[in-house]
Design a protein around this ligand. Structure first.
Ligand code: SAH
Length: 379
């Protein structure tokens, strides 16, 4: 009953003490999914077994449940975020990422404040009420720079949410950004397992610090997003089970997951791509474990399958994040090979998206699209 294992490394000995786990029948898998729905929690061994049992029957079972749960929580609404990729300079050297500092072939760029404000202007016209500022970890943009940007967007667009995705900074910096008016922060933890983190990053990167950043962001009050790649080199079902456990502890408002896709100028150029089926299955399991999540159908998912966004929504996602970056720089923000929509104007993307979302019975809403708890506080 096993299928679609993608690049996963299955059943290897591992350092978390679960080297052998149950082999599930489809019926047993369904019971574990029922249990996840009721308790919102499985043990690491159970979750690893459930993930390992990924097959069409269990994917269907999880998807139907996940979609019903998502509909109960957020209705047929799909939230959109305008993604502004404002710099591809990065001081980090993550082995999987195309904009890692060692990649001398990357054609580097930075957007000016004026460029960024022009993206927001265009985005506002197209119905975006969230702007996501994402970039490599680029020290050129000091805290003062970022604060100035946030203030400007806050002043010009008081009804829009501001999301940052600029990597690890000190708590004081996150506090300054928050006070300046940022609402949300995306920082994928990448993998919750220490040994796996070390396979994906050089020694000067620390999982402990990354997790601490996430805890700091939550404490300050940001709607916080963590997340991971699916099928990154060396990933096992136990690692993924640890991701689910970390997410249960952190209780983030958002979780971003997408398949790992190799980039030809990185050490992982020859590694296998993550599987779409497994990504969809995990989206459903995330929705079941934590019903209130804001869960994007990511660009990476669309990159490996032309209907990735629609399939993601059908699996339980309720957010899409199309690109608002100027067309001239889009293909330079190349985290992986083959990224989609790099040639389209923002307006074309917006129309295409509308059609795609409607084709599966959902609708794009013009709103900030906050997490449901935030709305409760406001009303
Ligand atoms: N510097 C920011 C933004 C990183 S880019 C930060 O540290 O948060 C956003 C995400 O793209 C990363 O967190 C990573 O999960 C994903 N990514 C990077 N390289 C990738 C690849 N080769 N395939 C798929 N996703 C990738």
């Amino acid at each position: 009953m096993k299928a679609d294992v993608g690049s996963m490394t299955w059943r290897t000995g591992d350092d978390i003490g679960v080297s052998e786990y149950m082999l599930l029948t489809v019926e047993e898998g369904k019971r574990l999914i029922d249990c996840l729905e009721q308790e919102h929690e499985l043990s690491i061994a159970e979750m690893a077994a459930l993930i390992d049992a990924n097959c069409p029957e269990l994917r269907d079972y999880a998807r139907i449940k996940a979609r019903a749960i998502g509909d109960r929580q957020y209705g047929k609404n799909i939230y959109i975020r305008g993604l502004i990729e404002f710099t591809n300079y990065c001081k980090n050297d993550c082995y999987y990422c195309g904009i890692r500092c060692s990649n001398t072939k990357a054609d580097r760029y930075r957007l000016s404040k004026e460029d960024i404000m022009a993206c927001c202007r265009e985005g506002k016209k197209l119905g975006f009420r969230t702007f996501v500022l994402q970039g490599g970890e680029d020290p050129y943009y000091t805290d003062d720079h970022i604060v100035d940007l946030i203030r400007q967007i806050r002043t010009d667009y008081p009804d829009c949410a501001i999301t940052l995705s600029i990597g690890e900074r000190e708590r004081e910096s996150y506090e300054r950004f928050w006070k300046a008016g940022a609402d949300r922060y995306l920082l994928r933890h990448e993998t919750a397992a220490e040994s796996h983190y070390q396979k994906l990053h050089p020694h000067n990167s620390s999982l402990k610090h990354r997790k601490q950043c996430l805890w700091n962001l939550k404490e300050i009050g940001y709607q916080t997003g963590c997340g991971f790649m699916v099928g990154s080199p060396g990933q096992t079902p136990e690692h993924l089970a640890e991701d689910f456990q970390f997410i249960r502890e952190l209780q983030p408002e958002m979780v971003g997951i997408g398949p790992f896709i190799p980039h030809s100028d990185t050490p992982f150029a020859k590694e296998a791509q993550g599987s779409m089926e497994l990504t969809l299955y995990l989206l459903s399991l995330l929705r079941i474990q934590q019903p209130d999540l804001l869960l994007p159908a990511t660009t990476a998912l669309t990159t490996i399958h032309p209907r990735g966004r629609e399939l993601g929504i059908e699996a339980g996602a309720n957010v899409v994040m199309p690109n608002l970056s100027p067309v001239g720089v889009r293909d330079k923000y190349a985290l992986y090979d083959g990224k989609v929509c790099t040639g389209d104007e923002a307006a074309e993307c917006r129309n295409c998206l509308e059609r795609r979302v409607e084709s599966v019975g959902y609708r794009i809403v013009v709103s900030r699209g906050d997490h449901c708890d935030v709305k409760l506080m406001e009303s």
